[in-house]
Design a protein around this ligand. Structure first.
Ligand SMILES: [Zn+2]
Length: 145
């Protein structure tokens, strides 16, 4: 479930299962999937991986989602990227039939917020985390006594 970079009309994905990396045109994805007979406008279904066939889903933030517990982490920045991608798709009308685009619009990330975490380039790499450039996604917790 990881996207690595967002450009104007396409984005880069790393398959969670086989680690294959590919560019996906925005025209190949739509916002919203059907679940239990309901259309969920917060989900973006990615095309099946051409290497291993697995399908991944990106889920954007809830409107009332609290601030991420670990600002600057891979998880936090990935969440911001998903929100940006989701918002772009809705604005371009890339929504599943039956979903009202005005209701599908999720949380807007401001330019200031994005600039703070991405410095002008919507790109993340897991390696950054390993090299200690950003804090880990999960904060260490004290074991119970
Ligand atoms: Zn794969």
């Amino acid at each position: 479930m990881a996207i690595r970079e967002i450009l104007d009309t396409e984005f880069e994905q790393e398959c969670e299962v086989c680690s294959a990396v590919r560019w996906i045109p925005e025209d190949d994805v739509t916002v919203g999937i059907e679940r239990d007979g309901q259309l969920d406008p917060k989900v973006v279904a990615l095309p099946a991986c051409s290497t291993c066939g697995s399908r991944e889903f990106l889920i954007c933030s809830a409107d009332d989602e609290p601030e991420h517990p670990s600002p600057g982490s891979f998880g936090h920045r990935h969440r911001l990227m998903v929100d940006v991608l989701h918002s772009k798709l809705v604005k371009r009308g890339r929504v599943t039939e039956g979903i009202d685009p005005t209701k599908a619009q999720g949380r807007e990330r401001t330019a200031e917020e994005l600039d703070r975490w991405f410095k002008g380039r919507l790109r993340i790499r897991r390696e950054d985390e390993r090299e200690g450039k950003t804090r880990p996604e999960v904060e260490p917790v004290e074991p119970p006594q």
